[in-house]
Design a protein around this ligand. Structure first.
Ligand code: FES
Length: 106
């Protein structure tokens, strides 16, 4: 199992033990992380799974697809380290990955 850290929109840190192969979004939803709504269920069309990736982890992730980039551009809260968590597949290399849920998230 891997451990990833998610700081939710209420400011609490969740350390999640997850298996490789699931998405960051599904791990966060399973753990009831505040602010990860994931309305579309992971099909890259709702942007309610938006997270900021800790700077030291940005290079470890695959580049976003054009679909993901398009969707992120619609968000007022978008930043250079913004990602959709449903598009981040958790691999063994991402042990320790740290992300934060935007404060503006519902
Ligand atoms: Fe909808 Fe990620 S869950 S875009």
């Amino acid at each position: 199992p891997k451990v990833i850290c998610v700081d939710d929109s209420d400011g609490s840190r969740h350390e999640l033990a997850v298996d490789a192969g699931c998405s960051l979004m599904s791990a966060a939803v399973a753990a009831n992380v505040a602010g990860i709504v994931a309305e579309c269920g992971g099909s890259c069309s709702c942007a309610t799974c938006h997270v900021y990736v800790a700077e030291e982890w940005c290079d470890a992730l695959d580049e976003p697809t054009p679909e993901e980039t398009d969707l992120l551009e619609f968000l007022e809260s978008v930043r250079p380290n913004s990602r959709l968590s449903c598009q981040i597949l958790l691999t063994d290399e991402l042990d320790g990955l740290t992300v934060r849920v935007p404060e503006s998230a519902e």
